[in-house]
Design a protein around this ligand. Structure first.
Ligand code: SF4
Ligand code: SF4
Length: 86
């Protein structure tokens, strides 16, 4: 059996801002080892990801997108790929 585990790449913690630029959530921390962590993980759901209070954190499965390299994309392959590059 294979355990599917989040790679902590942080791809799903990005959004497209009003200027059309891909930006990271203000709570996302990038570590020296290339992984990421959420500064407010236990209280993340519903928290605003931006200072404009336009985007907020949702459960991964409720995201409208798939993400490059995400191990959970298979849950709904009909979702569009997020236009990301970190
Ligand atoms: S608040 Fe949500 S989107 Fe922001 S870093 Fe944490 S888990 Fe990612
Ligand atoms: S995109 Fe997928 S693998 Fe990467 S942090 Fe988000 S849930 Fe984890």
């Amino acid at each position: 059996m294979t355990d599917i585990v989040c790679k902590r790449c942080g791809n799903c913690c990005h959004h497209v801002n009003d200027e059309g630029k891909v930006v990271k959530c203000k709570h996302l921390v990038k570590l020296a080892n290339g992984k990421t962590l959420c500064r407010i993980y236990k209280k993340r759901l519903g928290a605003f990801c931006d200072d404009e209070h336009k985007r907020f954190c949702v459960l991964r499965e409720n995201s409208q997108y798939n993400y490059e390299g995400c191990v959970f994309n298979y849950l709904d392959s009909s979702k569009p790929m997020f236009p990301t590059k970190k």
